[in-house]
Ligand binder design. Structure first.
Ligand SMILES: [Fe+2]
Ligand SMILES: [Fe+2]
Length: 263
């Protein structure tokens, strides 16, 4: 089974490159299942139900998010729509599983693709981020009830140490642990000894003539003056960053992880 995971899709430039390139990419890499992080899809801040459904129409099966999930309030009603219906499209948009209990939405999705059961889990780190529940123990808890062998984990976190620790912690228990959130791809992709594919950050899918997606002048100005500024998405040097993970569907163990950056 070959899984494509696309890093944080940022604003219109990110959405456009995904729309233009995804079908060829999926064909060339013989992809069976597509997952994407969509927390920055709406002009860099959050995701709306209609943008989520545009991604579903392109063949993305599950959308993960992170700290920007609540930026567009409509997503809360969307999550509420799914209540009681495990097959609602709203159920296939995740927010990190280790958010305080009782929050709208879910951090785990279990589905089936071409007859193969799979699960997607979304976690958020706690280092240099909001103090949510412990992602390590929340992952343990969720894995107790997951029956699928193929389990794909998006660790949305700032600190490289926290991400690689989660990779080692989950090694052999999940198919892949891939990092998102920093919008900077890292070159450390590998399959850990017990069969979990790992990369610290997949990188952003969006404009790289920017500071992590935002117009660079606005961010430099923030650093220079400490004055608040309204951040706007940049437009130039658009790239699609993703990884392809190959795994054995009968064991869920990964055999390879390949990093992609398409311009
Ligand atoms: Fe992001
Ligand atoms: Fe983020």
């Amino acid at each position: 089974m070959r899984i494509l995971f696309i890093g944080d899709i940022f604003g219109r430039p990110g959405r456009t490159i995904v729309r233009e390139r995804l079908s060829d990419l999926a064909k060339n890499h013989r992809i069976d299942l597509i997952i994407a992080n969509g927390e920055n899809a709406a002009a860099g801040f959050g995701i709306t139900p209609s943008l989520a459904e545009e991604f579903f129409d392109l063949g993305i099966e599950v959308i993960t998010t992170g700290n920007h999930v609540w930026d567009k309030r409509e997503i809360i009603e969307y999550f509420q729509m799914a209540n009681g219906n495990p097959h609602s499209p709203a159920r296939r948009v995740l927010r990190p599983a280790n958010y305080p209990s009782g929050m709208p939405g879910w951090g785990l999705y279990e589905g089936k693709k071409n007859g193969v059961p799979y699960a997607v889990m979304n976690l958020q780190g706690r280092v240099f981020m909001a103090s949510n529940d412990d992602p390590f123990r929340v992952a343990d808890q969720l894995l107790k009830d997951v029956t699928a062998k193929v389990v794909f984990v998006d660790v949305h976190a700032e600190a490289t140490s926290e991400k690689i620790s989660l990779g080692w912690y989950l090694d052999g228990r999940v198919t892949a642990v891939v990092g998102t959130h920093t919008h900077i791809p890292t070159a450390d992709e590998r399959v850990l000894p017990k069969g979990t594919a790992y990369v610290t950050d997949v990188g952003m899918t969006g404009p790289y003539d920017s500071v992590i997606g935002v117009k660079k002048e606005l961010v430099m100005d923030r650093f220079l003056t400490n004055m608040p500024a309204r951040f706007e998405p940049a437009t130039g040097d658009v790239r699609l960053c993703a990884v392809v993970v190959e795994c054995d569907p009968s064991t869920g163990h990964a055999s390879s992880i390949q990093r992609l950056m398409i311009q």
